[in-house]
Unconditional design. Structure first.
Lengths: 109, 111
């Protein structure tokens, strides 16, 4: 069993829909990261959080440390949000990350 | 604008060749990482470095070595390339436990 599990693996939505991507982890963490990778592109860090909630534009990330769970929400989704979203965690004091396998999101018109 | 630059976007090499992948960051980050990304397997850590001349093995170091002679530069070396090392290679850097900054990746094909 992977230490970091994401669901769903694939997601198709229509423009304007509210989207939720989930991440569960089985180890103690010091921080959780949400990353975005567009097709053929590099990876961009969206959020790093260790508690509570963060918001940037239409993106919201939440984390529940007790339940070892995080969600990434996209409000009013747009085709340009189509990408792979990756959850990753810092375990303990280590600066290296453990990654989920990603959620592929496709937003259609 | 912060930058992590990887020397090549696409690379084609032959089995047995020695391959160098270079990564340079301009943010004075102490941590640098090399990952490979394969379909269905996600990102896997090959090596990382937390200071000049310091390195630690990641999850899949076999067949790879690294060099960090200067803080801004982290090189990944494939001593004798094999076909199972065909992959997307991504370099990243960070400061402490902060956000990671990634390069745009090198798609390596070993024939």
């Amino acid at each position: 069993k992977n230490e970091v599990e994401q669901s769903p693996q694939n997601l198709t939505a229509q423009e304007g829909e509210f989207i939720t991507i989930n991440c569960s982890y089985s180890v103690g963490i010091s921080a959780l990261h949400w990353l975005q990778q567009h097709p053929g592109g590099g990876i961009v860090s969206l959020f790093m959080l260790s508690s509570g909630k963060k918001k940037h534009g239409r993106l919201i990330a939440t984390i529940n440390i007790q339940e070892k769970h995080s969600s990434l929400h996209i409000t009013a989704s747009h085709p340009r949000d189509s990408a792979v979203y990756i959850c990753a965690v810092n375990t303990g004091t280590a600066s290296k990350l453990t990654f989920g396998t990603g959620t592929r999101l496709q937003v259609t018109l | 604008d912060v930058k992590v630059t990887q020397s090549s976007r696409y690379l084609v090499k032959r089995t047995g060749e020695k391959v160098f992948l270079e990564c340079v960051q301009d943010m004075d980050h102490e941590n640098m990482f090399w990952y490979r990304q394969d379909p269905g397997l996600g990102l896997r850590l090959i090596y990382f470095s937390y200071d000049v001349k310091m390195k630690e093995k990641g999850d899949i170091p076999e067949g790879y070595s690294v060099s960090r002679e200067k803080k801004e530069r982290f090189s990944l070396i494939l001593e004798s390339a094999s076909t199972n090392q065909t992959s997307m290679y991504l370099c990243a850097s960070s400061f402490g436990l902060g956000k990671l900054f990634f390069g745009s990746g090198t798609q390596l094909s070993v024939l």
